[in-house]
Design a protein around this ligand. Structure first.
Ligand code: HEC
Ligand code: HEC
Length: 322
């Protein structure tokens, strides 16, 4: 239990908050609400941590996916979260729920899209069309969340304003967004060596202008990359995300690295060190703060974050070159 509490502190507080209340960064959900913790089975909870939610800031933490935690550590952490929340388990039916997709889709646009996104891709609320979410969430789990909301969050209990039939229609609609997904063990790439940390070591010094003495617009970084300028790029997300895809030349320095290791192998001269994450600032800020404390001056954070970098069409490279 002590180890699980330490792991929560090290890996999760950044986004889910010191007391599991959610919302510390990136609209991460609460991990203590009664409705969530009483209906999410332990294996669903552990899978959410181990496999993450693809294409959201929730990364896979399982070692097989390139993350920092073993299966056993993840189950202990999941059990600890349940224990801390202290709510009794509500057993929900495994049966499918039938409903009308068209009515469900219309209701979704009217009542849900402003937070969950037009295509349920997630904006300020979790992505419901997420393949990993739908692979584990049963119909009854989804309906229960709609009806009962999530205590102390923006998600209200809709059973006060929707009929049972309307909630069935919504559940059926969300279920219809399933795309088929199963976790696959991944081939992991070797980590770069310190001698490869600097991109374009012989290149010219880039010309960055920072906002608030810290944030560099992604266009300037993309330009510097194109011009083959000398710099170091730090991917501060969970290491599994680096294996998934990263900016070419970026090295994995995750936000949970310890202070005595963070600067290992980094040049301490005028070379620019640029960090990024998907949060889009929380993880990078943490790493850049550590480096500045150690006297690294030419340091900055990509302002828009990794998802906007991808959406703008800037180059990324997959973990497995194949
Ligand atoms: C005002 C914003 C808002 C609206 C409107 C809203 N939600 Fe939510 N919803 C949220 C937030 C925020 C969460 C996550 C809460 C938490 O756990 O911290 C959430 C959680 C959920 C979950 C649980 C997801 C999970 O991972 O367990 C479901 C299902 C859901 N909402 C469905 C709906 C549906 C269907 C509607 C429309 C009837 C709707 N929501 C409307 C904000 C909203
Ligand atoms: C960089 C920010 C970030 C970090 C760090 C992070 N999470 Fe998350 N987490 C999120 C976001 C954002 C979501 C919602 C994703 C979505 O849209 O479905 C989420 C979703 C979850 C869910 C699903 C909850 C639900 O309502 O469906 C669980 C469980 C979870 N995280 C546990 C953890 C644990 C445990 C850790 C530490 C090992 C952790 N997370 C670290 C951002 C983060």
């Amino acid at each position: 239990m002590d180890r699980a509490a330490q792991n929560y502190q090290k890996y999760c507080t950044l986004c889910h908050g010191a007391d599991r209340e959610g919302g510390a960064a990136d609209y991460a959900p609460s991990l203590k609400s009664k409705s969530l913790m009483s209906t999410m089975p332990l294996n669903f909870l552990a899978s959410s941590i181990g496999f993450g939610r693809p294409n959201t800031a929730m990364a896979p933490y399982l070692a097989d996916s390139g993350g920092p935690l073993s299966m056993r550590e993840i189950f202990t952490l999941a059990s600890w979260l349940k224990y801390k929340a202290g709510h009794e388990t509500i057993e929900l039916s495994m049966d499918p729920i039938e409903g009308d997709l068209k009515t469900g889709a219309n209701l979704f646009t009217q009542k849900c899209a402003e937070c969950h996104g037009k295509k349920a891709e997630g904006i300020t609320a979790p992505a419901l069309a997420n393949p990993a979410f739908l692979a584990f969430a049963t119909d009854a789990y989804i309906k229960y969340a709609i009806g009962n909301g999530r205590e102390e969050t923006e998600m209200i209990a809709f059973k006060k304003q929707l009929s049972d039939e309307q909630m069935n229609d919504l559940t059926a609609y969300i279920r219809s967004l399933t795309s088929g997904w199963s976790p696959e063990p991944r081939e992991l790439s070797p980590y770069p060596e310190p001698k490869d940390y600097v991109s374009n070591p012989a290149g010219a010094q880039p010309d960055f202008s920072l906002k608030q003495d810290r944030y560099v617009p992604m266009e300037q970084v993309a330009q510097a990359l194109k011009a083959k300028n000398r710099m170091v790029l730090l991917d501060t997300r969970t290491s599994s995300e680096w294996h998934n895809a990263h900016i070419p030349g970026a090295i994995p320095i995750p936000y949970y690295i310890s202070e005595d290791k963070v600067a290992k192998g980094l040049p301490k001269d005028d070379t620019w060190i640029i960090a990024y994450c998907s949060c889009p600032h929380a993880a990078s800020d943490k790493v850049i703060d550590m480096l500045r404390k150690k006297g690294y001056k030419n340091t900055a954070v990509i302002d828009e974050g990794f998802f906007n970098w991808i959406n703008a069409g800037h180059p990324i490279i997959g973990g497995t070159p194949k």
